[in-house]
Ligand binder design. Structure first.
Ligand code: AMP
Ligand code: GLY
Length: 429
């Protein structure tokens, strides 16, 4: 079977590697554009992930039988609609369903319509009205936390959890008047009640009718230990029984997962693909923080090392229907992915540093190293080529064991300016 994976990060390396590891039939994987690590499990194709027409043309020419999309940008660019209009099989949501991630206002209105529990909110496309909503006190007094979100895709930079009304006002000015995340993404904002609790990421495969849950994960978004410093794409992730207890999971399925999938069907866009539900586990029960219409990065790395079923078969069922017959099976282990980042990440990552020690690090039992920002130079040496560089991923019977394996392997890896969090898997209350 010929499969095309779209993307170039640690997530896409984990996807390509897992497709090979769990295959039941011979696979040829292409990845566009890929990276230096992905090149060891797939043939990299130098096409941009959002060049939807060129990618579809490539798929037609090479006889690709199934395409898997990693990130949100190609989905928001309409890659699924483009492929499907040409009769090409692709596992992902169409544009209409991708709006659950591409527009936070759309997602909030969707949740309200289908009674999916989430933070109270207001939407506006005027900065004056936004400031007025803050002053009205409907989301708390001057010292209350309040959340301001740019409506559109902003690569994780569009959400401000303000600690006071003053900070929320600054956020509105930065987003709406100064264009901090570009003019498009924040022409409209969502203002919402700040929720308190632990977070969890619940991912599932859906074929539009049936769904299969993956093990729940938790990521660490801030760059610094103790959850300090700016937000990043994610500095590490874990899966473990403790992330979501059985009762909370039962509630999340009944109150959130099923109404969401049913709501999408009722609204005429049966969801096909991977749905990633960001949850806040509040005292009143689980609440949705956001929907993503794709795998997370680095959650995927931690989740997929536990997959025991054939991933290609699952994705084929997602795209074609029939997921009920192939539901995934997962190992009982816990897992951890620790991200190694380049100096300057997330603001201005340095690239071009020589990475050493990787061969040795790969030999530790139960450890897989997924590449994100890496490239080879002319003489075949491995260099840093992005902000998040490697995801050192391990599984073990316990979370402590998985973390110990990752951190031991990291001890072998070096480059000038490498940094990572030493507290992945620990709660910060
Ligand atoms: P989002 O992109 O909407 O998931 O927001 C990114 C992060 O902001 C989440 O993972 C939370 O840590 C935080 N966040 C978002 N919405 C809220 C909320 N209503 N209350 C508290 N924290 C939030
Ligand atoms: N790690 C969060 C995300 O992929 O959106």
């Amino acid at each position: 079977m010929k499969i095309l994976v779209i993307g170039s990060g640690g997530r896409e390396h984990a996807l390509s590697w897992t497709l090979q590891r769990t295959r039941r039939a011979a696979l040829k994987i292409y990845c566009a554009p890929g990276n230096a690590g992905i090149a060891s499990v797939a043939e990299c194709v130098s096409l941009n992930a959002t060049a939807t027409r060129e990618l579809a043309q490539f798929a037609e020419e090479r006889g690709i039988e199934l395409t898997i999309v990693g990130g949100e940008a190609p989905l928001a660019a309409g890659i699924v609609d483009e492929f499907e209009s040409r009769g090409l099989l692709i596992a992902g949501p169409r544009l209409k369903a991708a709006r659950l991630e591409a527009s936070k206002a759309f997602a909030k209105d969707f949740m309200a319509r289908h009674r999916v529990p989430t933070a109270r909110y207001r939407v506006t496309d005027s900065a004056t009205a936004a400031l007025e909503i803050l002053r009205s006190g409907e989301f708390g007094g001057e010292d209350s936390p309040i959340v301001v979100k740019a409506d559109g895709l902003a690569a994780g930079k569009g959400v401000v959890v303000a600690r006071s009304r003053r900070e929320a006002e600054d956020a509105i000015k930065n987003l709406m008047l100064k264009g901090a995340v570009g003019p498009e993404a924040a022409s409209r904002v969502v203002i919402e009640e700040a929720l308190a609790g632990r977070e969890a990421s619940l991912l599932l495969f859906s074929d539009g009718r049936d769904y299969a849950l993956m093990p729940a994960a938790r990521d660490h978004k801030r760059v610094g230990e103790g959850d300090t410093g700016p937000n990043t794409g994610g500095m590490g992730a874990i899966t473990d029984k403790e992330v979501l207890d059985d009762e909370t999971l039962r509630r999340a399925v009944q109150e959130i997962v099923e109404p969401t999938l049913q709501g999408a069907r009722d609204d005429g866009f049966a969801f096909r693909g991977v749905l990633f539900i960001g949850l806040m586990l509040t005292e009143e029960g689980p609440r949705v923080l956001e929907y993503n219409v794709r795998f997370g990065d680095p959650e995927t790395q931690a989740i997929l090392v536990r997959l025991e079923s054939d991933l290609a078969q699952i994705f084929e069922a997602v795209a074609r229907g029939g997921l009920k017959e192939v539901s995934g099976s997962w190992s009982d282990d816990a897992s951890a992915c620790v991200v190694l980042a380049a100096r300057g990440y997330p603001a201005r990552p340095e690239t071009g540093a020589l990475i050493t020690g990787l061969e040795r690090a790969c030999q530790h039992e139960g450890v897989e190293i997924f590449h994100a920002g890496t490239a080879l130079d002319e003489s075949g040496r491995l260099l840093t080529a992005g902000g998040r560089v490697l995801g050192v991923t391990a599984r073990d019977a316990t979370l402590e064991g998985a973390l110990a394996r990752s951190y031991t392997a990291i001890g072998d890896i070096h480059w000038e300016g490498m940094h990572y969090r030493r507290d992945i898997g620990k709660f910060v209350e």
